[in-house]
Write a protein that binds this ligand. Structure first.
Ligand code: 0X9
Ligand code: ZN
Length: 339
């Protein structure tokens, strides 16, 4: 059957479809969106479900909610006690608030897969999953990502129809702490459009409801590019109450990243990059006073910018793995009841 279809297609291409009228002219087959070695929404969806099947004792897939266009926001829950909720410390890895930042999907996904593949193989991973729960939600903006893959590579926002000819809200300006402040825009056409109200978007609502319902002790939100490790506050240059601890953790992350391939990520308060209001980290930090970090992945500068070559997926994952494990270990220990 596949061969017959292929033959018909070839004939149609050679002769033109009109000549094949009556032969059920197949036309060109619609191709699924292709991001090369980067994962698309459909691929991430399939792989997360496959992992949950393969590692059913320690992994589950949950939908945290739906996007504007109705795609599920998938998250992998990973723990030795995955079927139970015993209040153990939880650490959350989020990817791809911004559509064009494809590497920010693959890094948290590969970290999650590494945890599953190394339970009862690696002592550190085993101890971690025995005492903590890790959540990996690698694609918070699936509509925007799909649009970036199929139509406009450098799309950033979600795909909200603003009903004035413009599309999209910047999900990293839509969270509810200091919403509407500096570094966000009320102009619907702007790349940093904050939306009409805090949490106006189903994607940020889903993350808000999820984080509020869980005993989260640390969060990393992955973005690119610039190679930075950012901590709250981002909406003001004032130091966060836990600035010393946040700075220490951010330095620890940067040191561990550099130890792998010698690549430098700069630790700093988010506001020192630029002021931006309504981002994920500020909202979670305000809610829970736990480390809520933003890691800006490779590359370092605008060439190649968002279009990081595929051969950098693996090294970017490799350098970020020990950094993520460090945060997870810290949070697992900090979140445990003292003896
Ligand atoms: O602007 C953003 O949302 C992030 N950078 S990106 O290039 N990935 O878009 C940085 C957010 C950091 N937070 C603050 N500076 N408040
Ligand atoms: Zn981003």
């Amino acid at each position: 059957m596949k061969n017959t279809k292929a033959l018909l297609r070839t004939a149609a291409l050679l002769l033109g479809c009109g000549l094949l009228a009556g032969s059920n002219c197949p036309g060109p087959e619609p191709q699924p969106p292709d991001a090369g070695l980067y994962h698309t929404y459909d691929e991430i969806n399939r792989e997360l479900h496959d992992l949950a099947t393969q590692y059913s004792a320690i992994a589950q897939v949950h939908s945290l909610g739906k996007s504007v266009e109705g795609r599920d926001l998938w998250a992998l829950k990973i723990s030795a006690a995955v079927a139970q909720d015993q209040g153990e410390p939880e650490i959350v890895l989020l990817g791809c608030h911004h559509a064009r930042e494809w590497i920010a999907v693959d890094v948290p996904f590969l970290i999650g897969r590494h945890l599953l593949q190394n339970y009862h193989r690696d002592t550190l991973v085993t101890r971690l999953l025995d005492h903590a729960t890790i959540w990996v939600a690698p694609m918070i903006n699936p509509d925007g990502h799909q649009y970036s893959v199929s139509s406009q590579r450098l799309w950033r926002k979600n795909r909200r129809n603003n009903n004035d000819g413009s599309f999209g809200v910047d999900l990293n300006r839509n969270y509810g702490h200091a919403w509407g402040g500096p570094g966000s825009s009320g102009d619907t056409f702007s790349e940093i459009y904050r939306g009409p109200a805090p949490f106006s978007e189903p994607e940020t609502q889903a993350i808000r409801d999820f984080l509020q319902s869980r005993p989260v002790k640390a969060l990393i939100s992955y973005h690119n590019f610039s190679q930075l490790v950012l901590y709250p506050w981002g909406y003001t240059s004032n130091p966060a109450p836990d600035r010393a601890l946040l700075d220490q953790l951010a330095n620890g992350i940067a040191d561990r990243i550099r130890a792998v391939h010698g690549v430098r990520y700069t630790p700093q308060q988010a506001a020192d990059l630029y002021l931006a209001s309504g981002d994920t980290g500020d909202w979670l930090y305000a809610l829970r006073q736990v480390p809520a970090l933003t890691i800006e992945l490779r590359p370092s500068s605008s060439v190649p910018g968002f279009e990081l070559p595929e051969d950098q997926i693996q090294p970017t994952f490799e350098e970020n793995l020990p950094a993520a494990l460090y945060v997870m270990q810290w949070a697992a220990a900090a979140g445990s009841p003292s003896p």
